[in-house]
Ligand binder design. Structure first.
Ligand SMILES: *Cc1c(COP(=O)(O)O)cnc(C)c1O
Length: 293
């Protein structure tokens, strides 16, 4: 495996949009278009993989294994990275075997998939079991679900190199495992609004509250929870695309931008300079079946 870490050191565009807040009020917003980083490994997933791939290669690991749901942007990105950097990848997928565009890509790019029950999934994730899979995975380099480890967070600390972060009063980012925002917080001291599509994710809220000063965990806009997409979300995405010519992913960024607009209507922060991070994930929009956590 030959990892060229600079392969993705490319400028990422920043868009400027205005949000209508009613009463003829507008609020300017900058958007860091991490979704434009690469057409396959888009958004924050490259940041989380970067140092993990390097470490795996330094260790001479024969394979990289990671975990995710059937629509996982993380597994999708890892599979492509495996193809690009010529290293074998294995994806442990939670739940019954399905065939969707995400997993089809993974297989086409050479990832070996194993579907396991939720129970087995948690046990494997926490290294609490030995079964046929643990034997297969011996000597493999393990990346936790969502790339949420120290090396993943280290990569995310570099995300703000694309912008002059200190000019912003608030940075908005969608959260799943929280790795991205924890990385970002290492290189930014202003306020952070963490938009969560998860319902009742108390452990996540607690860990972000404890690890990041100045972090507002906002989960009012989960729309029923992870992988739930009521019509309001789709309508908002269509409106956003029509108005700003930016596609949002339905799992994370559509809910976040909806939330940002609502918060700007509710909160009185008329002069706040805001940067919202478009973390990508657009590959997931191809699946019409709702994703599940
Ligand atoms: C994975 C993902 C996130 C969440 O990132 P975490 O580091 O797990 O918090 C946010 N947005 C998109 C589009 C993602 O794919």
């Amino acid at each position: 495996m030959d990892i060229n870490l600079n392969a993705f050191d490319i400028p990422v565009p920043i868009d400027h949009i205005s949000f209508a807040l009613g009463n003829n009020k507008l609020h300017q917003l900058d958007i860091l278009r991490l979704d434009k980083l690469h057409d396959k490994i888009s958004g924050n997933k490259w940041s989380k993989l970067k140092y993990n791939l390097l470490h795996a290669s330094q260790l001479g690991a024969w394979c990289i294994v990671s975990f995710g749901g059937a629509y996982s942007n993380h597994l999708h990105a890892l599979a492509y990275a495996g193809k690009l950097f010529k290293i074998k990848t294995i994806g442990i997928v939670r739940g019954e075997a399905v065939n969707n565009p995400t997993l089809k890509d993974c297989v086409n790019w050479g990832m070996e998939l194993h579907f396991v029950s939720r129970k087995e999934y948690s046990a494997l994730l926490n290294n609490e079991t030995t079964n046929h899979l643990s034997v297969i995975l011996e000597g493999a380099y393990m990346i936790p679900e969502g790339g949420n480890n120290d090396l993943g967070r280290k990569g995310c600390a570099e995300i703000l190199q694309h912008v002059d972060a200190e000019q912003y009063d608030i940075i908005c980012c969608a959260v799943g495992t929280g790795a991205t925002i924890q990385g970002i917080a290492k290189s930014y001291s202003g306020a952070i609004w963490a938009f969560s599509p998860l319902k009742n994710a108390r452990a996540l809220k607690q860990s972000l509250d404890q690890s990041i000063e100045n972090c507002r965990y906002i989960d009012e806009y989960h729309f029923g929870g992870f992988g739930k997409f009521p019509k309001e979300v789709t309508t908002f995405s269509k409106w956003f695309k029509h108005n700003h010519n930016i596609e949002l992913d339905k799992v994370y960024t559509a809910k976040m931008f909806f939330g940002i607009q609502q918060e700007l209507i509710k909160q009185d922060v008329p002069h706040a300079r805001i940067l919202a991070i478009h973390t990508g994930g657009l590959q997931g929009n191809r699946s019409s079946i709702p994703a599940e956590l």
